[in-house]
Design a protein around this ligand. Sequence first.
Ligand code: BEZ
Length: 236
Amino acid sequence: MEENQAMSMPRIGESAPEFKAVTTQGNINFPADFKGSWVILFSHPADFTPVCTSEFMTFASMESKFAEVNCKLVGLSVDGLYSHIAWLRTIKEKISYKGMKDVEVKFPLIEDITMEVAKKYGMIQPGESNTKAVRAVFFIDPKGIIRTIIYYPLSLGRNFDELYRVVVALQAADSFGVAMPADWRPGDDVIVPTAGSCGVAKERMDGKEEGVTCHDWFFCTKKIAEDKVWAAVKKK
Ligand code: BEZ
């Protein structure tokens, strides 16, 4: 079997693979230690590199915003613990970037010199690099289920507003039993599930289902007020 075929890739809807690891915040047992919270497990290619530094400063600056929606952050690279500690100390003590300075990374950063975790999560993608993890992002729900996966290459820093939007949108979709259209943000219309019977579909098309607008029989939307979305998401 080719190396690529032998590599496991966790998928959306599956339980997050388990592992124990050493981090900058002590040992963790993943995902058990995070049950009851949303968690973003993300990888970066290497410590002491510029794109990763800009990403860590951005993510650390947004940590409290993620905490408000019950979402914890866990980073990983195939560097060792002392490299992680030295890099995070350099960021805090020396780097000033885009108005961010004195940034302390308080979330755990996993050391994975054996690449055991990175390989388990499909973060090593040999077409991109054999020796560094790509910029993978796993969104894991409070039951430990993978709900969204996004990969970026080494040369492209992530959009952290989008990562936040994903967490909020997944939680809102769960809370209200709806789906989110392209570019959805809190306060925008949401998509109501397709009607289960012809009768309900006809009522909707005829404008008889209150608050529901149909663009066609398979595409109906309704409003959920922004404050209702935040109330549902922030209380979780
Ligand atoms: C960076 O974070 O700047 C970077 C890391 C690995 C390869 C290319 C860029």
